[in-house]
Design a protein around this ligand. Sequence first.
Ligand SMILES: Cc1cc2nc3c(=O)[nH]c(=O)nc-3n(C[C@H](O)[C@H](O)[C@H](O)COP(=O)(O)OP(=O)(O)OC[C@H]3O[C@@H](n4cnc5c(N)ncnc54)[C@H](O)[C@@H]3O)c2cc1C
Length: 433
Amino acid sequence: MTTMSDILIIGAGLAGAAAAEALTKRGLSVTILEARERVGGRGYARNFADSDESLEFGGGWITPWQEHIRAACARHDIALRPRAPVTERRWFRDGALHRDAPCSEAERPAFERGLAQIVADAKRIGEGQAYDAAGRPLTTISLDDYLKRIAAPLSLRDLCRAWWTVSGNGDPAKIPVSELLGSCAYGDGTPDSMIEVWADTLVGGVSLLTERMIAASGATLRLNDPVARIQARGDGVTVAAKSGKYQARVALLATGLNPLRAVAFEPALPPAQTMALSIGHLGASIKVWAKARNVQVGVLATGGGESAGAGLEWMLAERAAADGSTYLIGFGLAADFDPAQPGAVAAEVARFFPEAQLIAYDWHDWVGDAFSRGTWVATPLGAPQAVAPATWAHTGRLAFASSDFSREGAGWFDAAIISGLDAAKEILKLVKG
Ligand SMILES: Cc1cc2nc3c(=O)[nH]c(=O)nc-3n(C[C@H](O)[C@H](O)[C@H](O)COP(=O)(O)OP(=O)(O)OC[C@H]3O[C@@H](n4cnc5c(N)ncnc54)[C@H](O)[C@@H]3O)c2cc1C
């Protein structure tokens, strides 16, 4: 049996949910097909390590200017939890943990020179310029090459690599340094200042927000229903999902960029989109939660990525648990660190927090997950068109939406909502036309 609706939305992440709200408001019937058994996509709040405390295993923080998600939280009664301030800073360098300074006295002149260059280049990126003061490009040079260019000493390379795990978040040889500099530009241009804009997390996470957005929209939601094939004709689309066939006037692909590769299109997508899919985005960090006793909330520790061998490179004692212990968040690069290795997380917690008594740890593998195939978007060096919004304009009866190729703030939650709303506008024109 074939199910009919005006619009099919494939993917119940924030982009899909925002589009569903906008389209049902205009009187269209919407069916959402979601591959997983839950909504929210890369926003994923679930219980930590079989406990009854819920944490965000995907995206967590929102900035003060993310007005779309803030408005959605207000509309759907989602409370915000301010991030605890950073009260202590630690750096792992020269083979040991330091609490006094990010570099040794010997490295200080080179460290300060390199940091000043980063601040100046971040400012230029923040002003929309793609070149450094000497006219050299910043969007076409990798993090690795940039650090060589500015002759960064090991302590500065370790610091930048640590902040890279929460910004550029992938192979430092294949992603432009502008991803790090753009994040530094949120603050005073130093890597450390980027945390200042991570203002709040959502109580219940983006999972709960998405759930409420979809419920309020009145769209029909089908979970555990991955889409494998889409046939597009001049007057509509037929979608083959696990549960059967669906027909609609328009389909909105809100799967995110990388999982879209697993969907077969008939006829094939235009060459620019096919090429973009073959490149994909390169976001591939690993985010780990650990629970420990004897750690003060507010301690931020970084470093050791290059000097101590890759692992977790950035750790924050983020919030207090109900039992008085502390939850720590750690980030590393997925290619370098496997939390499933016995003792791996314990060793990294001990490296940054020697005082900690580790209770448990937990994570989600976003790179291995067939319905994300990566974390947040990281632009591939030399192929920015793969994530350019223009590449993902609608084609015939197919529209596209995701934070990965949003016209504004790509990678953030707000970008997913903006992209979903943009796609809904395109769809309204299509169904009226
Ligand atoms: C570890 C991590 C940390 C992050 N931190 C932050 C942060 O602090 N702040 C921030 O703003 N952002 C953060 N992000 C990014 C943010 O989570 C994403 O940008 C945003 O959630 C993406 O929304 P989306 O709707 O574009 O895609 P998704 O959330 O990925 O939604 C796509 C949906 O499509 C579904 N799908 C995929 N393939 C199919 C198919 N074939 N059939 C049916 N359904 C399919 C998926 O299951 C998913 O539900 C983080 C992401 C990760 C992974």
